[in-house]
Design a protein around this ligand. Sequence first.
Ligand code: GDP
Ligand code: MG
Length: 287
Amino acid sequence: MTKCSIIAVVGLPNSGKSTLANLLVGVKISIISPKPQTTRTQIRGIITEGNIQLIFIDTSGILTGKLGPGQEKLQREMSRAAWGGMQSADLILLMIDAEKRSAESIELCKKIAREKIPAILVVNKIDKISPKILLPLVTELNAVHNFAATFMISATTGSGVDDLKKYLLENAKLSPWIYAEDEITDAPSRVIATEITREKIFLKFHQEVPYFSHVETEKWEEDEKRLTIHQTIVVGRESQKKIIVGRAGAGIKEIGMVARKEMEQFFDKKVNLFLFVKVGVGGVGQE
Ligand code: GDP
Ligand code: MG
């Protein structure tokens, strides 16, 4: 008898979604390798405990991020993909930054209220504010939507997180698992690093290089202080290589910078990232 729940994590940028995911999932993290044409990598953290599997979907694409001119279409696609991801969820976890009583949070609650999926409210960063502010905020948000449960947590200190996890495990529904156990115990950090770079290339070059082949993580060295990663971006044509490398290497430099930042956040460690671009079909061993 197995249980399984898909949980869509929704929240404004900086509310603490990644911090919570890293804390909950720990090293047992896995992702689904998306198809090359998908607009946004949905990194899903997975927890398996006993007979229960919890799958977390990243829905950050729901919110209008800041994109350059001419990228509205991409934004719309990302937003659609993210809402789509949400519709396949069994539960929505709405994360709110306790420090921010913003109109945007209320808007988000309203959006979620329109969905037919049960939702729980998670108010994060309680280490930074007084209970006097906290309770009115929780009351206000619960007035907008009838949340199935409310949790007040600190994703950095871990306060309240055990209760939240217990709730999620206890409320998982009877269902077959979606992932085999060995798929999630491998901790494929390399795959995550690969997907991060791939996403950055897609976001920057999807018009010029619509079908670039793939990214390979070739070297992975880790010590206490830092992670050194070498990756090769394999493209189909010399002209695509030129575009990605950019004038005086500016393109690849920018990709490297944003990818490194995200990796540092994800792995919670300093990252030295080295990117190479080559033309090849399968990519392995071809120059
Ligand atoms: P995301 O954009 O929603 O994924 O947010 P992040 O997880 O990246 O967190 C944004 C910032 O808030 C980071 O600097 C975190 O360290 C910080 N943060 C997250 N959770 C907490 C918390 O519970 N307390 C405090 N004080 N800071 C937090
Ligand atoms: Mg994040």
